[in-house]
Design a protein around this ligand. Structure first.
Ligand SMILES: [Zn+2]
Length: 271
């Protein structure tokens, strides 16, 4: 049987990132919530100290409302969202952060390089509502560890998709069992040969680090990559005896990363 080995990304995929008419969410580990619109996802990680938001969908109040609603439905307190970690400086990830800063005084984290990139290279240069609209409080980079209560979030510099893109590895738990989850921050390769080479180099680095950390959980901030909406739907209805669809094992994580490698090689062929 022929199965897709890479995501289908079209013009419609890009347009749908701005569609604020649909949101869904699921508690996928005891301490991890995913919130998605059609194409873009963010995560809320619960520690013994606070809640940490990773990425923030799109710069629109409806995205903020959807995240707050999902956190509340999960039985968590949105006022405990004290940190916002961004993967990179594109509007579909910096998203609705300014509402969190305003409402909950959330501290924001990103690399310095991508903070500048976010300001100087908006993805929609003709649309001021998508431009950089909040300050970054803490500049983070490769090798950093963000410690929060019982958890450590490992920070990896993975430039390529953007010049200062970051990826994260952190523990999650289910029924007392700890797993290691990885989020590759910048999904697609850029449109330049040098950029793609950097993207592939970063990917190799991240895969090696993920192996060292025994990553067995694959997360994605774009639903096209991992059948994200279907995985959320499954997780919402999953019964207690069913497996957690995000736990794919250490070999599974290596295979998952082949998707990004393939996207990189295909882009090189086109350039
Ligand atoms: Zn991006």
């Amino acid at each position: 049987m022929n199965r897709a080995n890479k995501p289908v990304i079209t013009r419609e995929t890009i347009t749908a990132m701005e569609d604020m008419s649909f949101f869904t969410y699921a508690v996928i580990f005891d301490d991890l919530l995913i919130v998605s619109q059609k194409e873009t996802s963010c995560f809320v990680l619960k520690t013994t100290e606070e809640l940490i938001l990773i990425d923030a969908i799109w710069p629109d109040q409806r995205a903020f409302d959807a995240i707050v609603r999902a956190v509340t439905d999960a039985g968590w307190n949105p006022a405990k969202i004290r940190k916002l970690l961004l993967t990179h400086g594109h509007a579909d990830h910096t998203g609705c952060g300014k509402w969190f800063v305003k409402q909950y005084h959330t501290m924001t984290y990103l690399s310095r390089t991508d903070d500048i990139f976010w300001k100087e290279h908006p993805i929609k240069p003709d649309r001021p509502e998508t431009w950089k609209d909040y300050k970054i409080d803490v500049y983070i980079h490769d090798g950093d560890r963000i410690i929060s209560g019982d958890k450590i979030i490992y920070v990896y510099g993975t430039p390529g998709h953007t010049p200062g893109g970051l990826s994260y590895i952190f523990p999650v738990s289910e029924g007392g069992e700890i797993h290691m989850a990885a989020l590759w921050g910048g999904t697609t390769p850029p449109w330049s040969k040098e950029g793609v080479k950097q993207y592939l180099k970063s990917l190799d680095y991240f895969v090696t680090e993920a192996m060292n950390k025994k990553v067995d959980v694959a997360l994605s901030n774009h639903t096209a990559v991992d059948n994200g909406l279907e995985r959320i739907e499954y997780s919402r209805k999953r019964m207690s005896y069913m497996p957690n669809i995000y736990i794919i094992g250490q070999d599974g994580f290596q295979k998952f990363c082949q998707v990004f490698r393939r996207l990189g090689y295909e882009m090189l062929d086109q350039l």
